[in-house]
Structures are given as C-alpha cells and as structure tokens.
Design a protein. Structure first.
Ligand code: MN3
Length: 383
C-alpha cells in the first residue's frame, strides 16, 4: 500500500522538495492533500501533476482562480484557515507533513494530531510555541512525530534502538552567512547579504533566522520537546561544513552522529519511510571532498538571539511563544527594510521583557500571548 501524504505548505521550500521525493518514489507514496497560503499558480501546477484528492488555499481571495483552473480535474478545492484545519482529518491520509512557516503551523498540526495522523514535522515553531501541549497530546493519541528538520532527524536516527540513555545532545549549526563577522560589521548588513545562506537553500524567514542564529534557538526548544530533554542537556556547536547533522552523547560518554550531504530530501525521505530505510539514488557523501570538518562555539556578542532562545526555554510557560511571535514580526520588518540586523534582537528582547508570562498555559493562553506579543512588537517598529 502506498503511503498517502498531506502536505501543509506544498509551495514552500520543504513542500516542493517533498514533492520531488514523492515524484521520484511514486511507487511508495501518493499525494492526498496539498495546501498553500498564497502561491496559487504553483499550487495549480502541483495539483495537476500530483492529482491529490483535495487542495486548500489559505488566502480566500485566491479561491476562485484555483477552483476555475482545476474545474476539469477530480480535485476537491477548499479555502481558508478553517479548511486547512479540517482537511487534515480526512480518513485517507496516512502522514501529514507540517511544512507551514511560523505560528500558522500550530492549529493544523494540532488538528492532525487530534485526528491521530502520523506527523512529519518541518514546522519547528509549532513545538517552540506550544511544545508541552503538542507532545502531551501526541502521547495521548499515540501519534508519532517524526522530525524533518535535519538536526532533529539526525538525533532521531541516532536514538533508534536506544532512546533512553541520553546524557546530552549537540545540535550543529552552519553559523549562517555571518559566521566569524564582527558585531560592528553586522550592524549594517542588508537583507540581501542575510539571504545568502552558504549551505542550505530555504525560504526567506528561516534564512534570516539562520543568519541571526534564532533558527538554532528555535531548534534547541524544538529538541527539548521532541526528545524530552532538560535545557541543560542541549548544546549548540558551530560546524560550517554542515556534514555532521547533530550528535547524541550517551550516559557512558559514547557519541553517535548522523552524517550526510546537506540535502533536505534525505530527512524528508526518512520521515516518509520511517521506521524503514529504502534504497535511494541521492548523491553520496565523499570524505575526500571534505578533508576538514571544523567546530566552534557560537558567539553571544554577535548572535544574541540564540541566547534569548535559551532564556525563553528556561523561563518556560508562554515565554517561547512570546519570543517566537516577536521574532516573526521583527524578521518581517527586517525583510521590509524597516529595521536593521540588531533591530531584530532588540524587538525580541524588549517584547520578552514587556509581556507577562503565563505558567502552565493552555491553548487560549498561547493564542493570547501570540497576539499580545505581535501587537507589542509592532508598536516598537519605526512607522
Ligand atoms: Mn535545521
């Protein structure tokens, strides 16, 4: 039986790469649902090519265009945020790939878990915002969350067969385009420079997060929930070659790392085939091409966002949600040339200082924290 996959965010970077994987191994997988926010043209092309059962466009204004283009195909067409949350419950879905960007991934992922679907998780913000709630619900519903983020896929793969003897984990970080640069230099960098990632091709939001190291901060919090770790068990090491995707150190001091070429199609394929591995024809790693692997500590002076994320994680409650919301606002402002590189950290820090943290939050507390943090972060932006 083919595994039937719903892709939330099919027109983004992870979405398109996962469709490449599905297309290449179409004897194993088929597309059941595709959803996108705005990119109606690409969604139409994908729907015609992959013949899903249903498609959803989140932006309701694009519905007519989508429905018109697909009227002669046997594809159900829906629109709006509510449809996104409903469509994941379809009987015929085996795996939901959560590849939306930011906070918007939370509700559909939550619904998919409620419906008992296996989750391939590429949307790290879902766990950053509401990790305790999400992981608790997943345990209750006996739902497996398979990480697609390359570092977490690495840890997940290292833990196969021995999940319980973790002493600590090391998440590797490429360091982004500004590794080794001075604070002075970073004061004046532009979005154009920030959008040039050395190793990974990704969407704009995550690429800026990689440049500020907030991406690694989000991943630290993501790892905490995925692998039930204490904050002190998670370390970050800069590894510019992006070949060791992350490392587990076990209680006896032994370490396991997962390695490979930096290509998201690998963790995507693993998430789709788990618990099995299949033969792939992806390019193979050559040691000779990488004669030197190097490691450094992250620089707290230059990249305060990573340390803000540790602070948010240790504070707990709604603080990571507040941090995430203000980061989304700040990154968007940076991408629109409204603030500079360190304006991002400043907006986040000031929002984290201002908004009151709720301990033991429920879903409504997270929603409220997100709303409040966004509104306050916006008020800090130059008009
Ligand atoms: Mn990653």
């Amino acid at each position: 039986m083919k595994k039937r996959i719903a892709i939330l965010g099919s027109t983004g970077s992870i979405g398109t790469q996962s469709l490449e994987v599905i297309g290449r191994y179409n004897d194993l997988f088929e597309v059941e649902v595709l959803t996108a926010c705005n990119n109606v043209q690409l969604l139409i092309e994908q729907a015609i090519l992959f013949k899903p059962n249903a498609v959803v466009i989140a932006n309701e204004e694009r519905y007519r265009e989508l429905a018109e283009a697909l009227k002669n195909y046997p594809v159900k067409v829906y629109c709006g945020a509510a449809a996104m949350e409903q469509v994941v419950r379809m009987e015929t879905i085996d795996i939901v790939l959560a590849a939306l960007v930011g906070y918007s991934g939370l509700m559909p992922t939550l619904e998919a878990i409620r419906a008992g679907k296996t989750i391939a998780l590429a949307n790290k913000e879902t766990l950053v915002v509401a990790g305790d709630l999400i992981t608790r619900l997943a345990r209750e519903k006996n739902v497996t969350i398979i990480p697609v983020d390359s570092e977490h896929s690495a840890i997940f793969q290292c833990l196969v067969g021995e999940p319980d003897a973790i002493e600590k984990i090391y998440l590797t970080a490429s360091g982004g385009p500004f590794r080794g640069k001075s604070r002075e230099y970073l004061e004046t960098v532009t979005k154009k420079e920030a959008l040039k990632h050395p190793n990974w091709v990704m969407g704009a939001k995550i690429t800026i997060d990689s440049a500020t190291l907030m991406n690694k901060g989000l991943e630290v919090i993501e790892a905490r929930w995925l692998f039930s770790l204490d904050p002190g068990q998670i370390d970050v090491v800069i590894h510019p070659q992006s070949v060791l995707h992350s490392i587990v150190q076990f209680t006896d001091g032994s370490m396991k790392a997962q390695m490979g070429l930096p290509d998201m199609k690998l963790p995507i394929l693993y998430a789709f085939t788990y618990p099995e591995r299949i033969k792939s024809d992806f390019p193979r790693f050559s040691f000779i091409d990488y004669p030197k692997l190097s490691f450094e500590s992250p620089d707290p002076e230059c990249f305060p966002n990573l340390f803000l994320a540790y602070h948010a994680m240790r504070t707990g409650g709604t603080m990571p949600c507040i941090m995430n919301a203000s980061n989304e606002i700040a990154v968007d402002a940076f991408l629109n040339d409204r603030i500079g590189f360190y304006g991002i950290s400043s907006v986040i820090e000031r929002t984290m200082e201002k908004i009151a943290v709720v301990r033991n939050p429920g879903l409504d507390d997270y929603r409220e924290a997100d709303r409040e943090a966004r509104s306050y972060a916006c008020s800090l932006l130059p008009s």
